[in-house]
Design a protein around this ligand. Structure first.
Ligand code: GLA
Length: 396
């Protein structure tokens, strides 16, 4: 059964009727542009065909009553009396309810069942998917216009201010605004977006190390602080405003004042922004070799300069890189565990999966989960048959 079917079936069992609405919001992989979003830089993610679904119906009172099948847990709260409780999954629902109301929207309650197939903590943005699905549910029952960038910002605010993670905008924006068959170049300063068609002849492989990140939140916030310190050194709002020649011209001064580590953090961000723009150019001219080399270089920079990889991610990315048919591979997301991405020639996909899984298991003793992902549309109301409703009233 698909997660959508599981959510519908459980809704019927719990509430004795069919849901009046089903909403869906996807997870993502990021092709390139890692740890650049909170530096006002460029990212190139795509929404994937793994998502969070909510089967629901509106309530007359201003309460939310929800059950999650994946964690087998319930939550119930009133929209006018939101309180932090246990820090679990329901904080994302409450955070979104809080942030939408803080932005001045009046919202109604709903009851529903949540189910998904975005693995939690795997670097595929399961939190953003849950936030956007929740926002889609509130918008649908409350008759709010659905404007993807506005909702992405509201969900980021929920995560920053309610949940307490200082994430950038990438995950929420791609879950809100993804497009089928396209990656999305996002300028994280202006929030302008440009869909970029995926190159033909390759598939996007998602490689799950099976290792889950720990201490990632404190390491993430520390990286942000280091980047902000480097931006202050250069007297600019964000590292987006520093070029590689500018960085190199003041490298010794930066190292003397703030230390060598901060210099390397800045070098990652500055070079990663350049790599992301180069990757767009490579995609547009169909140069898969150049694109793959940029992915490889991104991984090395994240490993050595930004220091957010880990031994499992390094092992999996290098198994992928040395396997026939692979153009390039890199870790994705915040890091330390979770997933990598690889660009693989379509005809080599089946043998690639088997060989990489064997190589990784031999190196680490852990089985890898390897799937080929298609680029999917962003958060939407879906019809019972599973097709996505794209009328303008819904997806403005
Ligand atoms: C997490 C955050 C994003 C982004 C990535 C790293 O996924 O939620 O905002 O910073 O890490 O690129």
């Amino acid at each position: 059964m698909t997660p959508q079917e599981r959510a519908v079936q459980e809704f019927q069992r719990r509430f004795g009727a069919a849901p009046s609405l089903i909403v869906r919001a996807p997870g993502r992989v990021n092709l390139i542009g890692e740890h650049t979003d909170y530096n006002d830089g460029f990212v190139l993610p795509m929404a994937i065909d793994r998502a969070i679904w909510i089967a629901l119906r509106a309530r007359d009172d201003r309460r939310v009553v929800a059950h999650t099948l994946d964690l087998d847990d319930n939550t119930e709260f009133a929209l006018e009396a939101l309180k932090h409780t246990d820090g679990g999954w329901s904080e994302y629902l409450k955070g979104v309810a809080w942030a939408i109301q803080e932005e001045g929207y009046a919202i109604g309650g709903w009851e529903g069942v949540v189910a998904g197939d975005v693995p939690i903590g795997a670097g595929l943005a399961s939190s953003a998917a849950l936030e956007l699905a929740t926002a889609r549910a509130f918008a649908a029952v409350s008759g709010l216009p659905w404007h993807p960038p506005t909702m992405a910002r509201i969900c980021q605010r929920a995560e920053n201010e309610w949940v307490g993670i200082r994430c950038g905008i990438m995950d929420q924006m791609i879950s809100a605004a993804g497009e089928a068959s396209h990656a999305l170049l996002i300028d994280c300063r202006s929030l302008q977006r440009r869909p970029v068609p995926l190159p033909s002849g390759v598939v996007v492989a998602v490689l799950d190390t099976g290792s889950r990140r720990s201490l990632v939140d404190s390491a993430y916030n520390e990286r942000r602080n280091q980047c902000e310190a480097a931006a202050r050194f250069f007297g600019v709002p964000a590292l987006r405003d520093v070029s590689l020649p500018e960085l190199e011209a003041r490298a010794d001064e930066l190292k003397n004042q703030l230390g060598e580590v901060i210099y390397r953090r800045a070098r990652h961000v500055v070079t990663e922004n350049a790599r992301t723009l180069d990757a767009i150019a490579a995609m547009e001219r169909g140069d898969l070799v150049a694109l793959g080399s940029l992915l490889d270089a991104s991984h090395i920079s994240l490993r050595d300069d930004f220091e957010v990889s880990g031994k499992e991610l390094d092992a999996l990315a290098s198994c992928a890189r040395w396997t026939d048919g692979c153009h390039g591979a890199r870790m994705i997301g915040a890091g330390f565990g979770g997933c990598a991405v690889a660009l693989v020639r379509t005809e080599a996909a089946a043998s690639f999966s088997a060989r990489v899984a064997a190589c990784y298991e031999a190196a680490t003793g852990i089985p890898a989960a390897i799937t080929m992902s298609r680029a999917a549309p962003g958060a939407a109301v879906v019809t019972r048959s599973g097709t996505i409703r794209t009328d303008d009233a819904i997806r403005r």
